[in-house]
Design a protein around this ligand. Structure first.
Ligand code: ADP
Ligand code: MG
Length: 506
C-alpha cells in the first residue's frame, strides 16, 4: 500500500469511528431519556404507595374524623350531616309511593307499588325528562313550577288509582343531589348549587317547601314525605333487599358515603332522640383529608388548577371525574422527558381530555400489541406511532392510579366499619369480643356508581384491599354488594318507611 493508500485507509477508519461514536452517543442519550421516562413511572409508583400499614393509618384517620365531625359542627372536614332518616325499609312496606330524582341534567319521576314481604316491588313506572337549560340558571319558582307540572301530568296519565280515590294524599320521596342542611326527614335548606345549576334566590331556602308551594298552586295533592340525597337512597335500596346493610358508598363521577349511626354517638345533635335509636349520617366523605393519604405532585397540581382547591381532597384521588386526568398529567410528564412531542402542540395538555372510561379501556386492553392504547393515543390525543414499550408504561400508570384509588376507598369503608365496631378490632365504639369471631355480625356494604360497576379492575382492587385490611378472620363477615342506582327508587322507599303505615326501625 502506498502512502496515499494508507492515508485513505486511515481516513476511512477515522470516519467510521466518528459515525459509530455519533450512533453510540445517540443511543446513550436515548437510553438516558428512556431511563428518565421510567424514572417518572417509578416516582409515581412510590408516591402512590398503599401498603396495608399505610391503609390502616387511613382507616384510623377516617374513624377519628368521623368522631370529630359528629362531635361538633365544623369539627372536621367530614360534614357528617344528619339526615333524620331513622327508619330504613326492610321489604315489609306496602302501598304506592312516588319519587322525584333531581341531581343532574335530567330529572325522573317514578311511581312504585310496594307489595310487602311476599310481593316486594310490584311495579315501577318511570318518566325521564331533561331540565331545560334556562331553568337551571333562572328563578327557583320557574324551576319548581316546571317540576310540579311534570309531576301533575305523570299523575294524570296513570288514570284512576284506587289507592287515592278516598281523598288520601299521595306521598313523594324527593332525591335532591345537591348539598342540603336537613331540618327534618322531609325538609332541608339548600347550602349551594353544583353541577351547572345556579339559581341564586334558591340558596338558603327550604327545598321541599318550594316544591310543596308549586304543587299547591296547580292543585296537585301530594306531600313531600322524604328529602334525601343519592347515597341515602342507595342505602335504602340496599337495606330493603338485605336488612344487614349498614352503609352505602357511591363511587361514580364523585364519591360519597352514608351509614347508620347510633343517635347517642351524634353528640352535635344535642340529645336528639329517634324511636329506633339510630340515624343515617351523610358523611360527604369526598371532602375527607388526612396527612396519611399518599399524595403526588400530580394531585397537588390537579387540585391547584381545579375550581375548588383544598376541597374534596379524597374525591380527587378516588372518583371517576379525576382519575383520567391524573393519568393524563403523568403521561404528559413522561412524553416531555422522552422528547416525544412538543407539549404546546398536543391535546394532552388539555385538562380532562382523557376521560376515566378511556383510561379504563387502556388499562384493560388485553391485545398483545396494546391496540386500544394506540387507538386512544391516536384518536383522542392525536399522538400517532407511540412505541409499544411506551404504551406498556402507560398501562402501568393507569394501574398505579386506579389501584391507589380503589385501595383508599377500601380504607374509607373499613374506617366506617371501625367507627361502628364492625371491623373486628373492638372498634371505636365497641364490637366483638377479641378472639371470638362468632360474635361478629354479618355486615353488608352496598356500593353504587359507574366507576365501581363498570371498571372491573377497580372493583377487584377494592375488594382485595378490604379483605387485606380486615384480615382473614373478619373479612368473611363483611359483604360488599353492588346496588342498583338508589337515586330514584330509594326516595320512594324512604317515603314508605317514614309513612305512618309502615313504621320500621333501624
Ligand atoms: P353519577 O356519578 O354522575 O351519578 P354514574 O354513577 O353513572 O354517574 O358514574 C359515571 C362515572 O363513572 C363517569 O363519570 C365515569 O367517570 C365513571 N365510569 C363510567 N363508566 C366507566 C368505565 N367503563 N370505566 C371507568 N369508569 C367509568
Ligand atoms: Mg349517581
Amino acid at each position: 500500500m502506498g502512502k496515499l493508500g494508507v492515508g485513505i485507509a486511515v481516513g476511512c477508519a477515522v470516519a467510521s469511528c466518528a459515525i459509530a461514536a455519533i450512533l453510540v452517543g445517540r443511543r446513550v442519550r436515548s437510553k438516558r431519556k428512556w431511563n428518565r421516562v421510567v424514572g417518572v413511572l417509578r416516582e409515581v409508583e412510590e408516591g402512590c404507595e398503599t401498603s396495608v400499614g399505610r391503609l390502616r393509618q387511613v382507616v384510623d384517620a377516617m374513624a377519628v374524623e368521623m368522631h370529630a365531625g359528629l362531635a361538633s359542627e365544623g369539627g372536621s372536614k367530614l360534614k357528617m350531616l344528619l339526615t333524620f332518616v331513622d327508619a330504613l325499609p326492610d321489604g315489609s312496606e306496602k302501598g304506592t309511593y312516588y319519587a322525584l330524582d333531581l341531581g343532574g341534567t335530567n330529572f325522573r319521576v317514578l311511581r312504585v307499588h310496594l307489595g310487602g314481604i311476599s310481593h316486594g316491588i310490584v311495579e315501577q313506572t318511570v318518566d325521564r325528562q331533561p331540565i331545560p337549560q334556562n331553568l337551571m340558571t333562572g328563578r327557583s319558582e320557574e324551576l319548581f313550577d316546571f317540576i310540579a307540572s311534570s309531576l301533575k301530568k305523570f299523575v294524570e296519565s296513570e288514570g284512576e288509582d284506587s289507592d287515592f280515590t278516598a281523598g288520601k294524599s299521595r306521598e313523594l320521596g324527593f332525591t335532591f343531589s345537591f348539598p342540603v342542611k336537613q331540618t327534618s326527614v322531609s325538609s332541608g335548606i339548600l347550602i349551594k348549587w353544583t353541577k351547572g345549576f345556579s339559581i341564586r334566590d334558591m340558596v338558603g331556602k327550604d327545598v321541599s317547601e318550594c316544591l310543596q308551594i308549586a304543587m299547591a298552586k296547580i292543585g296537585l295533592d301530594m306531600r313531600v314525605a322524604a328529602l334525601i340525597n343519592d347515597s341515602v337512597g342507595t342505602l335504602a335500596v340496599g337495606h330493603y333487599h338485605d336488612p344487614d346493610t349498614v352503609a352505602a358508598i357511591i363511587i361514580g363521577t364523585g364519591t360519597n358515603a352514608c351509614y347508620v349511626e347510633r343517635t347517642d354517638a351524634i353528640i352535635k345533635s344535642q340529645g336528639l332522640l329517634t324511636s329506633s335509636g339510630g340515624m343515617v349520617i351523610n358523611m360527604e366523605w369526598g371532602n375527607f383529608w388526612s396527612s396519611h393519604l399518599p399524595r403526588t405532585s400530580y394531585d397537588i397540581e390537579l387540585d391547584a388548577e381545579s375550581p375548588n382547591p383544598n376541597d374534596q381532597g379524597f374525591e380527587k384521588m378516588i372518583s371517576g371525574m379525576y382519575l383520567g386526568d391524573i393519568v393524563r398529567r403523568v403521561i404528559l410528564k413522561m412524553l416531555e422527558e422522552a422528547d416525544l412531542l412538543e407539549p404546546a402542540s398536543t391535546k394532552l395538555t388539555m385538562p380532562f381530555i382523557l376521560r376515566t372510561p378511556m383510561m379504563a379501556a387502556m388499562h384493560e386492553d388485553e391485545s398483545p400489541n396494546l391496540r386500544e392504547v394506540s387507538r386512544i393515543f391516536e384518536d383522542v390525543l392525536e399522538i400517532p406511532d407511540v412505541p409499544l414499550k411506551f404504551r406498556r408504561l402507560v398501562v402501568k400508570v393507569c394501574d398505579t392510579v386506579t389501584r391507589r384509588a380503589a385501595r383508599l376507598a377500601a380504607a374509607g369503608i373499613v374506617g366506617i366499619l371501625k367507627k361502628i365496631g364492625r371491623d373486628g378490632s373492638g372498634g371505636v365504639t365497641g364490637g366483638k369480643v377479641r378472639g371470638n369471631e362468632s360474635n361478629m355480625k354479618r355486615t353488608v356494604i352496598t356500593i353504587e356508581g359507574g366507576l365501581y360497576t363498570s371498571y372491573g379492575v377497580f372493583k377487584e382492587y377494592l375488594h382485595e384491599a378490604v379483605a387485606e385490611i380486615l384480615g382473614e378472620d373478619v373479612a368473611p363477615y363483611v359483604i360488599l354488594k353492588v346496588s342498583e342506582d338508589g337515586s330514584g327508587i330509594g326516595a320512594a322507599l324512604v317515603a314508605a318507611s317514614h309513612s305512618q303505615e309502615n313504621s320500621v326501625n333501624i
